[in-house]
Design a protein around this ligand. Structure first.
Ligand code: HEM
Length: 379
């Protein structure tokens, strides 16, 4: 398969078809020097440009350099195809201002008004050690080794300028971002991504994904906001829920993915349909009803999450769940709006089975041209 182009108006890895694997990493700057931030972004851009096209990092790569120096590229992707690798970068609020609101890296006046801290949601159990961060990298590929290679080399390049805060691996894309893709399933066994924004919906992509000029700031036009939420699942409890109950919680059939109001996977959901007892067929507290644009002031999201299993916990239960990622033009009107509808024990029936344990919000700059680098509009 052809590599996914690195250069373009927008960063790859957002509306490009979701790959099978994710390696997400958040970093904090270890230097306060503006020049270090600029050089880091330049070096990262150059390395990502090479790796996404299936090349080694650096001039001499993994094995052609001096035998007396550590190789420029770590080597584990040698001989592997690009595997659809995309590398997408985002900037956290803490890159722009410190805890006291003082500008960092001379980025006075560059903080986007919409890059606010996300509000607390009912039921959140967030761990600060795996939340936020100055910088985020989303590496996606169809081969986990290729995604790991990309992140490993970018982290290595950052040495002395930034260090890893936390990272997360994911598999089995839980969202299709193109109607050419079959909908994959999440760890609850349900098709996930059916009602997602797809790249073919040009108007939705325009209206809901990319930051337009009228929103600003200028340096972010053509970019997007990334929300990440690590969501643990109480999987063993879910597995004891009868099929009918599972389907009622989601609002869709487990097999076909079609709405419980009838029809195939992509049939329009009929929220008005009643059963013979006069109750709505789609439960008022089902996940699809509460998340649907009709009940969220029209808000839509581009979901691009992945399943994860981090081994098992001390009680012999799987540490599994969904590493939720969503892209949007306005976090407040989109993610926050929808999550407010879902959160809390009185709302989404799914909440009995899930816990949000980490959270991040990052402003992803637009794409780069032949010579450009990520975030160049900031400097
Ligand atoms: C739809 C699962 C968390 C937003 C769905 C669907 C499933 C699902 C199975 C139906 C298929 C589809 O249309 O994609 C889950 C699971 C979650 C989770 C297992 C947590 C572990 C979230 C969160 C949000 C969200 C945190 C956003 C705040 C949506 C939206 C839809 C959806 C917008 C489409 C609703 C529609 O228009 O029909 N989800 N979801 N989900 N979910 Fe989630």
């Amino acid at each position: 398969a052809e590599p996914i182009p690195f250069e373009g108006v927008h960063q790859a890895g957002i509306v490009t078809p979701a790959q099978d694997r994710l390696y997400f990493v958040a970093l904090d700057m270890t230097s306060e020097e503006r020049a270090d931030l600029i050089s880091l972004l330049k070096d990262w851009t150059e390395a990502a440009r090479q790796m996404t096209q299936g090349n080694d990092v650096g001039t001499f790569g993994a094995v052609s350099g001096s035998p007396f120096a550590p190789p420029e590229d770590t080597g584990e992707a040698l001989g592997l195809p690009p595997s659809g690798l995309t590398v997408t970068v985002g900037f956290g609020r803490s890159l722009f201002v410190d805890a006291k609101g003082k500008p960092r890296f001379g980025l006075d006046g560059k903080l986007p008004a919409k890059l606010k801290e996300l509000p607390a949601f009912s039921g959140d159990q967030l761990d600060p050690a795996i939340s936020d961060g100055d910088l985020a990298i989303q590496a996606c590929a169809n081969d986990p080794q290729v995604a790991v290679h990309a992140v490993r080399n970018l982290v290595r390049i950052a040495f002395g300028r930034a260090s890893v805060r936390y990272s997360q691996m994911g598999f089995g894309r839980t969202s299709s971002t193109s109607s050419a893709q079959v909908t994959a399933r999440n760890m609850l066994g349900f098709k996930d991504g059916t009602a997602n924004i797809k790249v073919e919906d040009k108007k939705d992509v325009q209206d809901f994904v990319w930051v337009p000029k009228e929103d600003g700031p200028d340096w972010l036009v053509g970019g997007s906001y990334l929300v990440s939420r690590k969501i643990n699942m109480r999987i063993e409890i879910w597995d004891r829920e009868p099929l009918e109950g599972q389907e009622n919680i989601i609002g869709r059939a487990k097999g076909s993915g079609g709405p419980l109001s009838g029809g195939d996977e992509f049939a329009k959901i009929d929220f008005k349909k009643k059963n013979d007892r006069g109750a709505p067929v789609i439960d008022m507290k089902s996940h699809v009803r509460l998340a649907h644009p009709d009940f969220n002031k029209g808000a839509k999201l581009l979901r691009r999450g992945y399943n994860f299993v981090d081994g098992s916990d001390g009680l012999g239960q799987l540490s599994a769940g969904l590493f939720f990622i969503a892209y949007q033009r306005d976090p407040e009107k989109q993610f926050v709006q929808v999550q407010r509808s879902l959160a809390g024990s009185q709302n989404d029936l799914l909440n009995e089975y899930i816990v949000h344990v980490s959270s991040g919000l990052f402003a992803c700059p637009p794409g780069v041209g032949r010579k450009g680098y990520w975030g160049e509009g900031l400097f």
